[in-house]
Design a protein around this ligand. Structure first.
Ligand SMILES: [Zn+2]
Length: 83
């Protein structure tokens, strides 16, 4: 079941420079997720995705002064069973 608390990503945001390097086989990383180093955080206008490897903006979403809803809860898997 997909809710706001499960991984609902349809399209990943990826640094294009890291993607090019990864695609050209310059790295021995197993996946682009392991290779790229993305920081995600709030800014004065919205949310920015920043590539730490390339020190470049990947994506900056402008909320245009809208107060958007966000869910910061997380689901923690239970290690105990009810048997
Ligand atoms: Zn990058």
């Amino acid at each position: 079941m997909r809710t706001s608390l499960t991984n609902s990503i349809n399209d990943y945001i990826i640094c294009s420079e890291c993607q090019s390097e990864f695609d050209s086989g310059m790295t021995d990383s197993g996946s682009i997720q392991e290779y790229t180093k993305l920081d995600v955080g709030f800014t004065d206008i919205g949310v920015q995705v920043w590539c730490r490897r390339c020190e470049k903006n990947v994506c900056h979403i402008d909320f245009e002064d809208n107060d958007l809803e966000a869910d910061f809860r997380c689901i923690i898997a239970s290690s105990s069973s009810n048997s």
